[in-house]
Design a protein around this ligand. Structure first.
Ligand code: NAD
Ligand code: UGA
Length: 467
């Protein structure tokens, strides 16, 4: 076992740790990669045929490497002690209580990892922040590592992850860039070079950007803030399009053709979701406030306000179009994941729209190709605080359907809340025939052919489209 080129361990076997390490293992057969977690069930799932997360292409990469140079384990102490390079890829959610509650990122898990590394290490290590963290977290990590009393040298690097869910494997195999930040000292630069060498197994050198620690940590927050800002910007314009009979897709096409603006991330929607956009912007807002930059904080906070507005605008519109009442009406919800090709529901726009409709006492029949009922009900509670207590009869008001046709049968309306490709290809004539009339369809993702829906007889609405 002594002839590995390098021994890598990743603390945190989640959406980032699992896929990222699987791809490193695939691309670097001479590197031993271990992924450890405090959750035994998570590790068991990674070692089974039912992986804990769904990502196109992930299963194949894991099956190719698992047991060869990729290992999933709960033996954190042994794996960390034996490693040369340690990725910390744990969750850093928004704090719910205490100082900065509702905005600051909770870096507790990162600190616990640093403490564990300090406790069990008997040889030098490079510690790599893979988690998204507030600027200057590396400083805290470094100070915790310094509590190790065996005279060991640690170098801390920042290597934020830019993968998007649903395309994680493609993004990791062919990243637009890899960013590595480190101390600008001889030891720091040597550590950077060691990590560069790992990625250089498959990423062209010119795409591996190196910088100092703080620029790297901040760039991650800024990248997500800019992406989310584009979605909020086009969504704000969608409301104006509806008021003026302009078409948001045409506006997006026209402005996106200017290469200075670019065409990506201009898809108007019911609102962005996911575990990171809101969390990272709140983190940025909190940082700005802590440095007394109130105007800067308020500027970025507006991206979130606009997203909240878009989600509630959509649910209000459903109610108003359906003669100002959805009480007792059956509404089919197509899509609960925060985007297509993932089963992830964290901060999904769908849960907020559903919550608003439930408060109006609508009966929801939800269909999503990848989300289980258990996950859905957890998300109601976690993201919106919706439980049997806040919405009596919740378990009867939310029905999970096995297929879209079952969800739509007898429904007064359909709301499309995730852009799954298969939603485009359903037999909407059959669906229409099975619904109560007038049959409404609200396309929160602009994926359906509105003219066709009109011909079938639907009362139809799409984001930012002329009436
Ligand atoms: P996740 O919740 O899916 O996984 C985190 C894992 O860390 C969990 O399995 C948890 O049990 C484990 N963990 C927590 N504390 C631990 C400890 N002390 N020791 C060992 N394991 C521990 O989170 P994620 O989505 O993979 O995100 C991880 C980080 O990466 C976050 O900071 C996030 O902002 C960032 N990020 C996420 C994405 C994404 O698409 N999900 C993309 C880029 C960056
Ligand atoms: C996003 C970033 O794209 C990644 O680079 C980053 O690494 C990641 O966050 C992270 O830090 O977690 P992700 O949230 O997985 O990735 O997915 P995106 O494709 O960015 O979509 C985010 C949300 O915005 C989704 O709800 C999506 O439907 C919505 N969206 C996206 C739009 O409504 N319109 C668009 O044009 C693009």
């Amino acid at each position: 076992m002594g002839d590995w080129e390098l021994r890598v361990v990743c603390m945190g076997a989640g959406y980032v740790g699992g896929p990222t390490m699987a791809v490193i293992a695939k691309k670097c057969p001479r590197i031993r990669v271990a992924v450890v977690d405090i959750s035994t069930s998570q590790i068991d799932a990674w070692n089974s045929k039912d992986l804990p997360i769904y990502e196109p292409g992930l299963q194949e990469v894991v099956e190719e490497t698992r047991g060869k140079n990729l290992f999933f384990s709960v033996d954190i102490d042994a794996e960390v002690a034996a490693a040369d390079l340690i990725f910390v890829s744990v969750n850093t959610p928004t704090k719910l209580t205490g100082i900065g509650a509702g905005r600051a990122a909770n870096v507790k898990n990162c600190e616990l990892c640093a403490r564990k590394i300090a406790e069990v290490s008997t040889s030098s290590k490079i510690v790599v922040e893979k988690s998204t963290v507030p600027v200057r977290t590396a400083d805290a990590v470094r100070r915790v590592l310094a509590t190790n009393d065996k005279g060991i040298k640690f170098q801390v690097l920042s290597n934020p992850e830019f993968l998007a869910e649903g395309t994680a494997i493609d993004d990791l195999m062919d990243p637009g860039r890899v960013l590595i930040g480190g101390e600008q000292t001889p030891d720091g630069l040597a550590a950077i070079e060691k990590l560069v060498k790992v990625y250089a197994h498959w990423v062209p050198r010119e795409r591996i950007l190196t910088t100092n620690l703080w620029s790297s940590e901040l760039s991650k927050l800024v990248a997500n803030a800019f992406l989310a800002q584009r979605v909020s910007s086009i969504n704000s314009i969608s409301a104006l399009c509806e008021a003026t009979d302009a078409d948001v897709s045409e506006v997006a096409r026209a402005i996106g053709s200017d290469h200075r603006i670019g065409s990506k991330f201009l898809q108007a929607s019911v609102g962005f979701g996911g575990s990171c956009f809101q969390k990272d912007i709140l983190n940025l807002v909190y940082l700005c406030e802590s440095f007394g930059l109130e105007e800067v904080a308020e500027y970025w906070n507006q991206v979130i306000k606009m997203n909240d507005y878009q989600k509630s605008r959509f649910s209000s519109l459903i109610v108003s179009r359906m003669f100002n009442t959805v009480t007792g009406k059956r509404i089919a919800i197509f899509g609960f994941a925060f985007k297509k090709d993932t089963g992830d529901t964290r901060e999904t726009a769908s849960v907020f729209v559903c919550r608003n409709l439930l408060e109006e006492r609508a009966r929801l029949h939800v269909f999503d190709p990848k989300v289980t009922r258990e996950q859905m009900m957890l998300e109601f509670e976690y993201s919106t605080g919706t439980t049997e207590k806040t919405v009596p009869g919740l378990n009867e008001l939310v029905i999970t359907a096995e297929c879209p046709y079952e969800a739509a049968k007898g429904a007064h309306a359909i709301a499309i809340l995730t852009e799954w490709d298969e939603f485009k290809n359903y037999d909407y004539q059959r669906i229409y025939d099975s619904m109560a009339k007038p049959a409404f369809i609200f396309d929160g993702r602009n994926i359906l052919d509105q003219a066709k829906l009109g011909q079938i007889g639907f009362e139809h609405y799409a984001i930012g489209k002329p009436r």
